[in-house]
Design a protein. Structure first.
Length: 267
């Protein structure tokens, strides 16, 4: 079963509270100290005077402390399906002249053909109800010779680990059982229908959580915990692991697809 419901994204990303809880867990407890945002930035290839569109920008966290690294005269449009997220990004970067902000649905991008040199979609394609339509729109507004950067998760890693924990308390649970509709395993095939030269790059990482409440906050930002008793049982389970092992060790799967435009003969 795949999860790509529009109402899930609307509920989870109405504002940046849930996103902040998720970012906090990975920022504090990832074993790869390089940092995912820094790793992504090393794979971006921006040139002078380029126009960049980020779809699903969230609160714009990936641009923090990196604006000075942009080549001269770059223009960046930060966009999200959620008005709340657009407002959060705008509040954060409104003083930076290179940035503009817009509420955009990837399935209906409000720009003319061939507008952007680079388009970014990080950890959001699995939320798109009609992904082929969304990718057709991305290709349409990408310039010939442009590049599409799409990061995503795998269907291993945290999902099956956490599903197994929830099943200890409720054998019938669906928590973390759904698969991502766009993932590391199928992303190259999906993108290959729209783009040339699709390249997958994996980000090697895991979690070693030393503060149990951070993990509980992340879980609460992702799924509904039924009541205080369930939350306490989860906390006690993970806290026992932390005390025994020194950390709660959780696998992760994440990576980036770098794709060229099918009209492109240059890259």
């Amino acid at each position: 079963m795949f999860r790509n419901e529009t109402n899930f994204a609307e509920q989870q990303y109405a504002n940046d509270m849930n996103l902040s809880a998720r970012i906090n867990l990975h920022a504090k407890h990832s074993t790869n100290k390089r940092g995912f945002a820094d790793w992504l930035w090393e794979h971006y290839d921006f040139t002078e005077n380029c126009k960049i569109l980020e779809l699903g920008c969230g609160n714009g966290a990936q641009w923090a402390d990196r604006i000075a690294s942009l080549p001269t005269e770059c223009e960046v449009v930060l966009s999200d399906f959620s008005e709340g997220m657009v407002n959060a990004a705008k509040e954060r970067y409104t003083e930076h002249k290179a940035f503009s902000f817009q509420q955009i649905d990837i399935q209906n991008i409000s720009f003319t053909d061939g507008t952007f040199d680079a388009i970014i979609a990080n950890h959001m394609l699995y939320h798109v109800p009609d992904l082929p339509r969304g990718l057709t729109e991305v290709r349409r507004v990408l310039k010939s010779g442009g590049v599409f950067y799409a990061s995503t998760l795998g269907n291993g890693g945290m999902q099956p680990y956490l599903h197994g924990v929830f099943k200890r308390f409720n054998p019938d649970t669906n928590a973390f059982a759904t698969q991502f509709s766009f993932n590391l395993q199928n992303g190259a095939e999906i993108l290959g229908e729209h783009f040339d030269n699709v390249k997958r790059v994996d980000y090697v990482d895991s979690l070693a959580v030393t503060e149990t409440q951070d993990l509980i906050d992340w879980i609460k930002s992702s799924v509904a915990i039924e009541n205080a008793d369930e939350e306490r049982r989860l906390f006690d389970h993970f806290e026992d692991i932390r005390k025994r092992d020194g950390a709660i060790n959780i696998p992760k799967e994440a990576g980036l697809f770098i794709s060229g435009d099918k009209r492109n003969a240059k890259r």
